[in-house]
Design a protein around this ligand. Structure first.
Ligand SMILES: Cc1ncc(COP(=O)(O)O)c(C=O)c1O
Length: 534
């Protein structure tokens, strides 16, 4: 939709509210807050401590320059100089400072008097303004009355969403491989994961349609699900990136199932888009020999180069998008935001009022100060470079695989790798001279396979355990765990694959083992150690 086209408002989706979501009342004292900003008001209502007794007279910090990391990288350099640069911290950091005092000099400025006071679950107005501008320019929601609301990170946001729109016994549509913490947040509340097959773009729309159309309530023991949880970019654990076409197909299915033809009870579907890796879209892995210099583009081209969010096609307001500063600023900030329709935002605000209230005032002040200093352009500049930094890390990791193993690239037609290049890794022959005729046998059978991740922080490898002597007696899950334990004992921790299954595997003699390996936070020596062990 072009920015000139008139956007409609969100449709009424209140039938998705859970019993708890419906029952929440405005917290009696929080309800008074709407009067607080009124000029001249004398408030004697709340238990607000007097700001004079806050022991902080100011807070300040040093902020990196938004252009601290380069916009051009050439990871073809044969020496590892770029790599050492990537990991070295010897360069002098360019910083600027900020200070926020207890009382503001100009109306609307950040201050501690308000920033460290009890606040609304909607967050500090300055931070909200910055976030709203960012969402409008970057994600470009397709309806007019979208709302943002801050939270304390996507983990918290998901937990609040579950309480607000899911009842015990409800099904939850997820990818067959999915983020285990999200499942851990929902399953104990009686939510039943409904796994959907995947391909190289993540959740398959074909598989989704099939599951919904064949839904048998009595066999499944639950009505057709009305909530879909997805990590569309840098899918955790597989590292896939979902393009706009696939998102549109899935979105349309979610709308379509609300038509009375399918169900008189409006079983349309809400999409919860958990998207922490949105700005870590790295694109295709290009082997070292074919790689060209990477350089970032201007702001509009940068935004256009990113696979759009579901918000861009959400003309009805059926997407609850979860954003976090964890991967773009720092996880310890415990700060992020929802973008959703005003009805959900209001219910989520009520949920926050009785749990987190607002995210920490310190966090809000620090992050707002950072973004005020950098401004929108500076933050985009930071994000452009950040994606290149992680791209280099991914490339280095995979280049090491290519050096250590014989990699054979094949188009895959199966499972979550379908439709993309799958790399099979086998041992390289130890001898440099291989006699004629032995050539074909020179490499071992594949030890593991992988699809280079196109976003995020993880490499997902499939272990070929079927050749292992203990495979038939142990099954692959136990064997995966045995191998994982040995590697962990040797001092390197991967994430064992079985924990990413949406539901426990029943037949342990089929399938493959997996490891999820993070390339985001390693030191050089740890990376080398990892690669030797694999
Ligand atoms: C898919 C997904 N969602 C949520 C989170 C947690 O985000 P936050 O730090 O904002 O709670 C992660 C972190 O690894 C993640 O991978």
């Amino acid at each position: 939709m072009s920015s000139n086209e008139k956007r409609g408002e969100a449709v009424d989706l209140s039938h998705h509210l859970s019993k708890v979501g419906q029952a929440r009342q405005t917290s009696p004292l929080k309800g008074l807050h709407k009067y607080m900003g009124k000029p001249g008001l004398i408030s004697l209502a709340g238990g607000l401590p007097n700001a004079a007794y806050f022991p902080f007279s100011s807070v300040s910090g040093n902020i990196l320059a938004p252009d601290s990391f380069p916009l051009e990288t050439d990871s073809r350099e044969s020496s590892l100089s770029w790599f050492w640069r990537l990991f070295s911290r010897t360069d002098k950091e360019r910083t600027s400072t900020f200070t926020v005092g207890k009382y503001s000099k100009h109306p609307g400025d950040l201050d501690l008097e308000n920033g460290l006071q009890y606040g609304l679950a909607t967050g500090q107005p300055k931070l909200n303004e910055i976030i709203r501008e960012f969402v409008g320019k970057v994600f470009q929601p397709a309806y007019s009355n979208w709302t943002t609301l801050i939270h304390t990170g996507n983990t918290d946001a998901w937990s609040k969403t579950v309480q607000t729109i899911l009842n015990p016994g409800d099904g939850l549509i997820v990818s067959e491989w999915t983020y285990p913490s999200a499942m851990a947040g929902a399953q104990p509340l009686g939510i039943i994961p409904v796994p959907i097959g995947m391909d190289s773009e993540g959740m398959s729309s074909i598989s989704l349609r099939q599951t919904l159309s064949e839904w048998d309530e009595s066999a499944r023991g639950t009505p057709r699900p009305h909530v879909l949880y997805t990590v569309p970019i840098g899918q955790n654990p597989t590292g896939t990136t979902m393009g706009i076409r696939r998102k549109k197909e899935i979105y349309d299915i979610c709308v379509e199932y609300g038509q009375p033809f399918f169900s008189p009870t409006f079983q349309d579907i809400i999409i919860v888009e958990d998207d922490p890796y949105y700005f870590l879209q790295q694109g295709k892995y290009i082997p070292k020999s074919d790689r060209v210099v990477d350089s970032a583009t201007d702001d509009e081209a940068f935004i256009a180069s990113l696979a759009p969010s579901y918000l861009k096609i959400d003309y009805q307001g059926r997407v609850i998008r979860l954003d976090t500063f964890s991967k773009t600023v720092c996880p310890g900030s415990r700060l992020g935001w929802f973008t959703c329709n005003p009805m959900f935002a209001e219910r989520l605000e009520r949920t926050a009022e009785t749990s987190s209230q607002a995210p920490s005032g310190f966090t809000q002040i620090y992050v707002a100060s950072l973004l005020l200093k950098w401004q929108y352009e500076g933050y985009l500049r930071w994000l452009k470079a950040l994606r290149l930094q992680y791209k280099q890390r991914r490339d280095y990791f995979l280049d090491c695989f290519a050096d250590e193993f014989h990699l054979q690239k094949k188009i895959s037609s199966e499972g979550y790798t379908a439709g993309t290049h799958l790399y099979h890794a086998s041992l390289k022959p130890r001898r440099s001279f291989v006699p004629l005729g032995e050539k074909d046998n020179a490499y071992s059978k594949p030890l593991f396979s992988f699809v280079p991740p196109s976003s995020g922080m993880f490499l997902w490898i499939e272990l070929h355990l079927e050749e292992h002597p203990a495979f038939s007696s142990l099954g692959y899950k136990a064997l995966e765990m045995k191998l994982w334990t040995e590697i962990a004992e040797a001092g390197v921790l991967f994430a064992p694959g079985a924990m990413f299954f949406a539901i426990p595997v029943e037949d342990d003699t089929l399938g493959y083992g997996h490891f999820r390996i993070s390339f985001s936070n390693s030191t050089v020596s740890l990376l080398q150690k990892k690669l030797i062990l694999v």
